[in-house]
Design a protein around this ligand. Structure first.
Ligand SMILES: Cc1cc2nc3c(=O)[nH]c(=O)nc-3n(C[C@H](O)[C@H](O)[C@H](O)COP(=O)(O)OP(=O)(O)OC[C@H]3O[C@@H](n4cnc5c(N)ncnc54)[C@H](O)[C@@H]3O)c2cc1C
Length: 146
């Protein structure tokens, strides 16, 4: 017999992994789909750039002059910005019964991984959440200037 799932999580970066964790902890049967292997360096949550960032060193230089030391290496990374740099977290407007979207973390999503996972699990399982997520409603972007 083929296995069946309650929720399929597409993309197992920080957000997808946290969502899968919260869904599983609530008893949902979860399938996670990841484009690359379980360990790769092609996502925002992955790779060495999360550990050492040039901008951190530049910032710290003003506060703790002896700490940053010599800058050794930089690597180009990609992340998705929304026009207002706020997240997009919602049930999909055209498929509210079946699709939940969490994206556009605009370079500052990682610190929110645990709570976004919880919110996505809430939305996927019940369609709502107790967390205040109006700021992340994608309909705001339709009215925003390009
Ligand atoms: C250089 C850099 C510095 C950053 N600094 C900070 C910081 O200081 N503080 C902070 O809070 N945040 C920071 N961020 C942002 C933070 O890393 C991201 O907001 C967060 O990691 C996004 O997680 P995610 O799970 O949405 O995306 P990702 O980690 O990119 O995960 C998405 C996953 O989806 C997979 N995928 C893509 N397409 C498919 C597909 N079609 N099918 C299946 N799987 C697919 C990818 O392989 C990837 O594993 C930084 C990001 C970058 C790039």
């Amino acid at each position: 017999m083929s296995p069946t799932y309650d929720v399929i999580v597409i993309g197992l970066g920080g957000m997808g992994s946290a969502a899968a964790h919260h869904l599983s902890a609530r008893g949902a049967r979860v399938l996670g789909l990841e484009k690359f292997g379980p360990v790769h360096n092609r996502g925002s949550s992955h790779g060495g750039s999360r550990i050492t960032r040039q901008s951190s060193a530049e910032h710290l230089a003003g506060q703790l002059p002896s700490l940053p030391g010599t800058f050794l290496k930089a690597a180009t990374c990609m992340y998705s910005n929304t026009p207002d740099e706020h997240f997009v977290i919602a049930r999909h407007p055209a498929h509210p019964e079946s699709v939940t979207v969490a994206a556009g973390f605009s370079g500052h999503g990682f610190k929110f991984v645990p709570v976004v996972g919880e919110i996505v699990a809430d939305l996927a399982l019940t369609g709502t959440t107790a967390h205040p997520i109006d700021l992340f409603d994608p309909s705001r972007l339709a009215a925003a200037p390009a």
